[in-house]
Design a protein around this ligand. Structure first.
Ligand SMILES: [Zn+2]
Length: 496
């Protein structure tokens, strides 16, 4: 790859507090040097980045590629209702639908200024080598970096949630009792086979492992996931304490221990591990997570959409937890817009009833969480524009109305920008988006294929959907009652 000089740009500083003029020399996929404006580099091609603000690519700390085909599937759903509807939202997928859904998710992220994602894809009933290969190929075509961590469980939602099956009237109870997740060994063997044959590292796509929700795994299964991750050096991520009914369910299942304490006892929590959401983590959970070197992906859009609450982000940062920001999947949030995720994170931090002013997330800090923080969750060294770092860069059009006038880069990145000023994106020094167009695939064909797939899935999943809709009110009723039994976490956090 020849040397490239991005000339005449404004470049966001590593602390995100300023955006001075500078030229960036890109070589072998990395930022080779940050030069004074107008420096001549004879052996480099020049890209005139006049009227552009260059920022590090945003990094999505938590999403689900399989959500791409499911965007806009629900309205007044909390997490319990989302889980009740999951069989039809994500069901009936063949290999092409898996590839397509991931491509949709990746394209939306790229066009909205994101260069890497921690993706927890779901395959029913168990992950497959072909499915994971197809999803990795979709990421490679679009050009994002990714950790692809199959979202797995050996218990169904009905088995996992204390008292849920028993609360259902017949005939729903009989049907719920008959539902089974795949065997633990089937799931673990599939991930092992994928890890052994993994060939996507050169495209910056790593395999991970995501036991989806602690309650949805037997202890033996959770330990099996942990052992696999250790054997192959995989990153792990789990939805922990996303919703209050889960925190309550954990206390019942684990004899008073929290969800995270239980996972820690089984050996899952370490520097390779991050919590997704963490809305209902306790103060001692945050200390535990920090002590183990673990991370947290804060996903405020999904938390608001599903009425889950607001994660204790300031307390997590104070405790020493590595915090990133994510969108969550399009079945729960429903876009893949990291600018919006930053905005909501900063807004949400202001809604703590008794927060002091300095507890709020500032704009520069929020940008750093969505770049450097999320990068750490993925095990990446990027997220900042400094010599030697990967050239994962986003060029924003300063002539766009979002930037006219430029008053303060960080404030406008978080408060004003919505992705519509993103013009060009490069990953590892290679252009993936030019003048708003994805280079790696045909976007018009993608849209046609997506509509055809959605129509096909709607028909194929109609019977499943009808059952989910019938059982959903009973699920909601039980889970809301369960949640009421959990009172300790956030009140304690606020009082301390
Ligand atoms: Zn999620």
């Amino acid at each position: 790859m020849p040397k490239l000089l991005l000339a005449n740009a404004r470049v966001l500083s590593p602390d995100a507090l300023s955006a001075p003029f500078a030229d960036l020399l890109i070589e072998s996929g990395r930022i080779a040097a940050i030069l004074p404006p107008g420096t001549r580099v004879d052996d480099a091609a020049t890209h005139d980045a006049r009227d552009r603000l260059v920022i590090p690519g945003l990094v999505n700390g938590h999403t689900h590629g399989h959500g791409g085909l499911a965007k806009g599937s629900g309205d007044k759903w909390d997490l319990a209702l989302l889980l009740a509807h999951a069989p039809w939202i994500s069901g009936g997928r063949g290999l092409e639908e898996k590839r397509l859904s991931t491509a949709l998710t990746a394209v939306e992220m790229l066009k909205k200024g994101c260069t890497a994602a921690f993706d927890l894809p779901f395959e029913f009933p168990a992950p497959t080598v072909e499915g994971l290969d197809a999803m990795a190929e979709a990421y490679a075509a679009v050009g994002l970096r990714a950790v692809l961590a199959p979202m797995v469980a050996d218990l169904t939602f009905f088995q996992a949630t204390p008292g849920l099956t028993e609360s259902l009237p017949e005939p729903h109870r009989a049907r719920a009792e008959k539902m089974r997740a795949a065997e633990a060994s089937t799931i673990l063997d599939a991930i092992r086979a994928a890890a052994k044959s993994w060939r996507h590292g050169a495209n910056h796509i790593a395999l991970g492992c995501a036991p989806t929700i602690p309650l949805h795994g037997t202890d033996a299964f959770l330990k099996g996931c942990s052992a696999l991750a250790a054997e192959f050096g995989m990153r792990m991520q789990t939805h922990v304490g996303e919703s209050r009914f889960q925190a309550a369910g954990g206390e019942i299942r684990y004899g008073g221990a929290t969800l995270l304490e239980h996972m820690d006892r089984l050996g899952l929590v370490g520097p390779w591990f991050s919590v997704a959401h963490g809305v209902w983590l306790t103060r001692s959970d945050l200390d535990l997570l920090a002590a183990r070197g673990g991370g947290l992906s804060h996903n405020p859009g999904a938390n608001m959409r599903l009425a889950s609450g607001i994660a204790p982000v300031r307390a997590a940062i104070r405790a020493g937890v590595t915090v990133g920001i994510g969108t969550d999947g399009s079945s729960s949030s429903d876009n893949q817009n990291m600018f919006e995720a930053m905005r909501l994170a900063a807004f949400a931090s202001r809604l703590w009833e008794d927060a002091e002013d300095e507890d709020w997330l500032g704009t520069a800090e929020t940008v750093r969480l969505a770049t450097q923080g999320s990068s750490q969750l993925l095990g990446l060294e990027g997220g900042t524009i400094e010599a030697g770092r990967p050239a994962d860069l986003v060029l924003l059009d300063l002539n766009h109305v979002n930037w006219a006038p430029l008053n303060d880069a960080a404030n406008q990145l978080v408060w004003t920008e919505d992705g519509s000023a993103v013009r060009d994106v490069m990953v590892a020094g290679a252009w993936k988006l030019r003048d708003g167009k994805v280079l790696g695939l045909d976007e018009a064909k993608l849209a046609r294929d997506a509509q055809a797939a959605a129509d096909r899935l709607r028909a194929a999943n109609a019977e499943t959907r009808a059952w989910c809709e019938a059982v959903a009110p009973h699920v909601a009723c039980h889970c809301r009652a369960l949640a009421k039994g959990w009172t300790r976490s956030r009140r304690l956090l606020r009082a301390e």
